[in-house]
Design a protein around this ligand. Sequence first.
Ligand code: FAD
Length: 274
Amino acid sequence: MTAVNQSALNARLIQRTEVAPGLMIIQVAPDGWELSEFRPGQYTVLGLPGTAKRCTGADADTGRRDPAKFVKRAYSITSSTIGREYLEFYVMLVRSGELTPRLFALAVGDPLFLGQKITGMFTLDGVPEDCHVMLFATGTGLAPYMSMIRSSLAQHRHRRVAVVHGAYHSWDLGYRAELATLARVCPHLTYLPLISEPADEPVPWRGHTGFCQDVWKDGAIAEHWGFQPTPENSHAFLCGHPGMILGMLELLKESGFAEHGKKSPGQIHLEKYW
Ligand SMILES: Cc1cc2nc3c(=O)[nH]c(=O)nc-3n(C[C@H](O)[C@H](O)[C@H](O)COP(=O)(O)OP(=O)(O)OC[C@H]3O[C@@H](n4cnc5c(N)ncnc54)[C@H](O)[C@@H]3O)c2cc1C
C-alpha cells in the first residue's frame, strides 16, 4: 500500500454492470491523460484510499490497515486494444478483501486510481501464427481472454479458438451473451460454458457440467474442432481458480504439452490471480 495523495484519483468509473451478486463489469476512464498502448491479456492496477467506504454485504473492516494508505490490486483488462477511451474490468467481490469491497461501493462518476503502466506476459505473442488456442477460465479468469477475443478474433480467421468458461451457476457466466453471439457468427470460435452446480438451476442446464478438466477429458474441444488439439497444433491458456490451473496443468502435461517459460518455450501459458 502507498500513501494517499488525492490527486492520485486519476480516473473515473464511467459504467458499472452487475453480472450477479458479487460480480461486476466496470469501465474506467482516465481523467485528463491518455491510456498507453497494451497487448490483449495484459493487466493494470486499480486503487482506492483506505478511507473509502466498503459496500454493504462485505465483511467489516478489520482495522488492521493504516487508513491513510492506498489499497491497490492488479486487474486484467477485458476491453479491446483498439478503443482507447476507457479500460474495462471483470471483478469478483472478495467479502473479506481490502480493495474489492471498496470497488463495489463505487457509483458511476466516482473517482479512483487507474495505473498508467499496463504490463504482463499472459498474451498471445508467443503463439505461432499457425497454432490454435484453447482458453480455459474459471470466474473472472475469463477477463484476459475477452480482450484477446475482442482485439484479435477477426484478424486470425484461420486460427481455431476455444473458450472453456467454468462457474458455479449459469448466472455467474459473465460475457455469456457476447461469447455465444460471437461463436454463432464466427465459426472459428468455440464457446463451451460449464457450471458446477446444475441442481440449483431454475431451468434445466443443457450444457457441460463439472470442471474445465472434465471438458478436456470428455474431448469436447476435439469434437467441435474436428481434430485433436496437440502440442504441435495448439497452445493452452489457464486463468482462474488455483485448483483448475493445477488440474489442467497435470492433464495437459499428460498429453505432452509443456509449461511456457522465458527460458523454455512451451504451449501452456498461465496467469495466477491468487
Ligand atoms: C495479474 C493479475 C490479474 C488479476 N486480474 C483480476 C481480474 O481480472 N478480476 C478479479 O476479480 N481479480 C483479479 N486479480 C485478483 C486481484 O488482484 C485481487 O487479488 C482480488 O480482487 C482481491 O482483492 P482484495 O483486495 O479485495 O482482497 P485481498 O485483501 O487482497 O485478499 C486476497 C485474498 O482473497 C482471495 N482471493 C483473491 N482473489 C480471489 C478471487 N478472484 N476469488 C476467490 N478468492 C480470491 C485469496 O485468498 C487472497 O489471498 C488479479 C490478480 C493478478 C495478480
